[in-house]
Design a protein around this ligand. Structure first.
Ligand code: OFO
Length: 169
């Protein structure tokens, strides 16, 4: 049985995971609009990953017999300055998510809720990987600058990403 404060915080995190998915869907739409289909596909896979993050939390809340509520999801942006700006905003968002997950971990530690703390460490580790991946993409895009062929090559590379359910391991 979860403490009310922890159950409510997890419901908020569930909402943020769905919000993240929606944010990436917007980024996918933008990339497609400017003709970067590989980047668009990369963001679409990121959308699927975030839905998987949300569903892992949903399942945990169900297993803990929490009365789940589903707060509303805010409008997502579909306009960015460039693909570099899009990936920079994605990184900024993931840093925000990491901070949220750290706060949540602190809360479970304070409440000696070991089960929830353990469950959250999966997310904390996942965040390190997500931030590192985005940093690498941003560095590559910065490296090619205004070189259209370079950007095309990066876009092709991003388009090769395939969806692997991150919660399946
Ligand atoms: Fe990429 O944020 Fe979920 O956890």
């Amino acid at each position: 049985m979860l403490k009310k404060e922890i159950a409510n915080a997890l419901i908020l995190q569930l909402n943020k995971e769905f919000q993240s998915a929606y944010i990436y869907l917007g980024m996918s739409a933008y990339a497609s609009k400017i003709g970067l289909n590989g980047s668009s596909s990369w963001f679409l896979i990121q959308y699927q990953e975030e839905v998987a993050h949300a569903m892992k939390l949903f399942k945990y809340l169900e297993d803990q017999d929490v009365d789940i509520t589903l707060p509303k999801i805010e409008k997502a942006n579909v306009d960015f300055e460039s693909i570099l700006d899009t990936f920079k905003k994605a990184l900024k968002h993931e840093i925000f998510m990491s901070a949220n997950l750290n706060e949540l971990s602190d809360l479970t530690m304070k409440n000696k809720d070991h089960a929830t703390y353990n469950m959250l460490q999966w997310y904390v580790t996942e965040q390190v990987e997500e931030e590192a991946t985005l940093n690498t993409i941003i560095d590559k895009i910065k490296l090619v600058g205004d070189n259209g062929y370079g950007l095309y090559a990066i876009d092709q590379e991003l388009g090769a990403r395939v969806f692997v359910d991150p919660t399946s391991n």
